[in-house]
Design a protein around this ligand. Structure first.
Ligand SMILES: Nc1ncnc2c1ncn2[C@@H]1O[C@H](COP(=O)(O)OP(=O)(O)OP(=O)(O)O)[C@@H](O)[C@H]1O
Length: 630
């Protein structure tokens, strides 16, 4: 990479010069302190008759619009004092003083109560939004819903954990989970297994994993694999790059192997399991991983497993050799899969395993109806797995409605960033970004990914980098399938140093050891930020993420970012540190948004809901993404 000599000072200077713009102007209404009447000096009392003072106080309190409505006790107390006390004698003054104090105390209590009820109202409002949100996104098949079919028990499989693992007490299992920071919830949670050998994987698969440097399962795999092997429905949540793909790929391969062993599949039969991904690239990547495992097994004399890639942009004729033999596994994007099912190219009669990778994203991208429709093609009970790096609690709740006795596995807070990533946030003026980017590329050796949300900007950045002699490729939703494949291949193989990408197009992609991610524009949704920076710091490696923010970055997004940095114990730049949280003054709890997991806003202000609503209004059903199978 050959950066220009232009200085980054513009960016740094911009940071300090414009930083105060982020300081939130705090409008604090000065409230008179009613309790301070206790400290009034005597001379003051001598000059103002008590009755007048009482009247003034009443006016003052009533003027704040609260006494008349909600504090009859206070009013009564004051009036009683006035009636009894007569005029300016000491007793009267003291009585009225006590009465006023009483009124003031009641008023304070009332205000506290009002504030609480405000918080309750807000909570109620949030609950309603979430209910509506969950109802809209329920992942059950229409057929099942219509026919009232409901399955009560998880599927049974022949897989058993080794006896010594089964003998562990629940407390021992919990201790192990604690040790590996795994949080598992649900009924009869299968025990966690800390090495692949004890999971009874075939030796050639073990050797293959070892050859790829995969020697010990990651925490999501330790708990996720035994759960999936046991036939249990599950929701798997773990940070980016933590090995989720293997946690659902290995079980599907094992099931396929077992099926083929029992009775070989012939033409027209299959699949036994499906993995649905939100983008073509992600589907291809998952397909390739599974295909290699199937080949390794076949070469070692194990039964042959047919794997079909079912995504838009590729001709199915290419895969006719797979379909001609009967196949076991389909890796698909929702659009093409639905198309194939509707055209009866294959059926889901024998299908018992469904995994939705990045399930929440799939629904966010508008694939909800497609997923529902796909589910209606199942003819028998299935095992369903949902995986994502970001799936907050409230969304899990709704997903649980569609699964049978699911085990929810969490490694870290849903939506939290991977701690192996050093996150740097820099204030860079819009016009200084391009030049500063070049300087930023110096931070590490390649490969580097640069993200921008805007397709034109992606093209502009690539063009600029090419002009400056940097080997860069670009990928976004408007590129043709060939262009996208070329970009990914040449970047993955190391021929190109920099990939400029739109966030959606490269979500979930696993590139080899990305050193540095640059967010040229801070994404509006903090979830997208977490996904984007998650292209680095994978499988235990350390990575750097640099994010440009400026006046165009919404304050709420900055707050989300600030909290995320705090949670990951990262350096907080001064302009972020100076940013006040408007919720802090309102006595609201500062827990994260239940929809997107962002820590800097409540569900009412969730940008994700806004987006979904916009999509619904516009009848929009697909993201830029990856073209999702169309
Ligand atoms: N047990 C393991 N030990 C070492 N490396 C692993 C292990 N499991 C997976 N990996 C590697 O880690 C990388 C990231 O895995 P993967 O793509 O499954 O992450 P992910 O959790 O799906 O991330 P994202 O949420 O970003 O999609 C891959 O290159 C994979 O080969």
């Amino acid at each position: 990479m050959a950066p220009s000599a232009e200085s980054s000072a513009s960016g740094a200077a911009a940071a300090s010069a414009s930083a105060p713009a982020y300081k939130r102007r705090r409008v604090v209404e000065e409230e008179p302190d009613l309790m301070s009447y206790e400290d009034d000096d005597d001379t003051y009392e001598a000059y103002i008759p008590a009755s007048k003072r009482k009247q003034m106080e009443l006016q003052r309190i009533a003027g704040r619009g609260r006494v008349a409505v909600a504090a009859p006790g206070a009013g009564t107390a004051v009036e009683t004092g006035a009636d009894k006390g007569g005029d300016d004698d000491d007793m009267g003054v003291r009585q009225s003083k006590t009465a006023l104090l009483h009124a003031a105390r009641e008023l304070k209590a009332l205000q506290a109560k009002e504030q609480k009820s405000e918080a309750e109202k807000a909570a109620e409002e949030e609950r309603k939004i979430l209910d509506a949100h969950a109802a809209r996104r329920k992942l059950a098949s229409d057929m099942e819903l219509a026919k009232g079919i409901s399955y009560e028990e998880p599927l049974k499989t022949s897989w058993r954990a080794p006896a010594f693992v089964r003998r562990r007490t629940e407390q021992e299992n919990e201790e192990l989970r604690d040790k590996h920071h795994v949080l598992a919830e649900g009924k009869d949670i299968p025990p966690l297994i800390t090495n692949f050998r004890d999971m009874k994987l075939p030796p050639p698969l073990l050797a293959h994993l070892e050859s790829k440097g995969i020697k010990r399962p990651t925490p999501i795999q330790m708990q996720g694999l035994p759960t999936a092997f046991s036939g249990r429905d599950m929701i798997g949540i773990a940070f980016t790059g933590s090995g989720k793909t293997l946690a659902f790929s290995l079980p599907i391969v094992m099931f396929a192997l077992e099926e083929q062993r029992k009775l070989p599949y012939v033409r027209g039969e299959g699949p036994t399991g499906m993995i649905v991904c939100p983008s073509r690239e992600l589907a291809r990547q998952t397909y390739e991983g599974i295909k290699v495992m199937a080949d390794v097994l076949a070469q070692a004399g194990y039964p042959e497993i047919g794997v079909l890639l079912c995504i838009g942009g590729i001709s199915m004729a290419e895969q006719s050799h797979v379909m001609g033999k009967g196949f076991h596994i389909v890796v698909a994007t929702p659009g093409r899969l639905q198309d194939m099912l509707e055209k009866k190219k294959f059926t889901l009669e024998a299908c018992k395993y469904l995994c939705l990778d990045e399930a929440d994203r799939m629904i966010d991208m508008g694939f909800e109806d497609d997923v529902r429709n796909i589910m209606s093609f199942f003819k028998q009970q299935r095992q369903t797995l949902l995986f994502s790096a970001t799936m907050p609690k409230k969304i899990q709740d709704f997903a649980e409605q569609s699964l049978i006795q699911p085990v929810v596995i969490n490694v870290g807070r849903a939506g939290a960033a991977n701690l192996d990533i050093i996150q740097e946030v820099e204030y860079v003026k819009q016009e200084a970004k391009m030049v500063y980017l070049l300087e930023c590329l110096q931070k590490t050796a390649p490969p580097v990914v640069v993200f921008s949300d805007n397709k034109n900007e992606v093209d502009d950045i690539q063009e600029y980098l090419l002009l400056k002699g940097v080997e860069a490729v670009a990928i976004h939703g408007s590129k043709t399938q060939d262009e996208r494949e070329y970009a990914i291949k040449s970047f993955k193989s190391g021929k190109k140093d920099v990939m400029v990408a739109s966030g959606v197009a490269s979500k979930g992609l696993d590139f080899n050891e990305i050193q540095h991610v640059v967010n040229y524009t801070m994404p509006k949704e903090i979830e997208d930020y977490v996904h984007q920076i998650g292209r680095t710091g994978r499988s235990g490696n350390t990575g750097i993420a640099t994010t440009f923010v400026n006046m165009n970055t919404a304050e709420q997004t900055l707050l989300d970012l600030k909290y995320l940095l705090m949670e990951a114990k990262q350096r907080i730049p001064p302009f972020l540190a100076a940013l006040d949280d408007p919720r802090a003054g309102q006595g609201a709890s500062l827990t994260g948004c239940a929809v997107c997991g962002g820590l800097g806003h409540s569900v009412k202000d969730c940008p994700k809901l806004e987006d979904n609503q916009r999509r619904q209004t516009a009848g929009f059903s697909r993201g830029d993404g990856g073209g999702g199978g169309y």
